[in-house]
Design a protein around this ligand. Sequence first.
Ligand SMILES: [Zn+2]
Length: 411
Amino acid sequence: MVTRRITYRLYPNRQQETQLHWARRMHCCLYNVAIANRKTQYQRFNHSVDYFEQQNSLPEFKQVWTEYKKLGSQTLQATLKRVDFAFKRFFKGLGKYPKFKASRHYSGWDYPNKQSWKVNTNNGINGYLNLRDLDITVQMRGKARTWGVPKTCTVFWRNGKWYASITVECCPGRLTGLGAIGLDFGSKVAIATSDGELIESPKFLKRAMENIAQLSKGLRRKRKPEKRKVKASRRWKKCQAQINKVKRKVANQRQDWTHKVAAQIVSGNSLVATEKLNLKGMTRKAKKGSKRKCQKAGLNRNLLDVAIGMLRESIKYKVVEAGGVFLEAPTKQLKPTQRCNECWELTPKTLSDRLHICSNKSCGHTADRDINSAQVCLTWARGLERASLDAESRISTDCGSMKQMWAKKRY
Ligand SMILES: [Zn+2]
């Protein structure tokens, strides 16, 4: 049993939409109140408030702010949990001090248990979502690959549309082949496979950049909001919404492409080998005062446009779902970009060397840099496989009889 998340688009009518927005604002207020509570308690009384104290004070809070009685107590607890999560991140040094949020930037709320909501759907294809606390039944559209037992639900609002993200416990399956493949991820070509195939990166962002730049130019000419002084003009808001729409489309296209490519790779191969990547290091900003600042920014944009991390993760979980193996080679020990697949020698390269020419004179193997790297990963994975098979055969009782010899010959 694994947990999968499925996101459905919601289609509330006008009345339902006002209710959803009302609930969203209420949760936003609670979020801000919880932050303010922690802040003042610490600053004035030197008392640090934890999650349970806030949770236990919820019933009293509802006595004063009676409008919260309508909302389910578990959803309110989930919002307090969000605050707790934000503070925990801050204490670990992962994030900044939690901020107060404007309701227009507050996305939604959670239903952590299955009692307070219900989904009525035919095997995860379209249906209706019933929210008990708001007492509404909203139409929803979407399709689950594998449906199971629904567990939690998150309702959120993004770019003027409503969505419900439902987690289900299910047993997904997937068909796969017997092939083995090595992959190398890059920015010039998105993926190079060990079969010699180069999958071009689709460059969705690059294609949309012109449009975004033009719209942003329009945005700069309109009255933007300033802190507590000036409200944004209606034209500014309209323009911002257009930009958001284009950006959202790019993100959707990228996600769609990623899943299609991953599914295609996994459909034929049950063993996938790649190298470990340090994505944070790869997409880090250029150092201060560096002359190649713009180049680095462009490279980062290209790398992020392919969404290597998302691609890898989706290949990984799809392989595991199909019952295959996903292997990651240790990059620093193996050095797949420098190593020759034929003779296993190292040839140092710079980023601009696109061709692998082996420095070992007796070998002289020449291949595309990325394909060679993918092949090295695959050879490494095969070696691992063989090593594990050898270990198995060493344990097995091999006495060298004719029968065993014939059995081996068949390999
Ligand atoms: Zn070589």
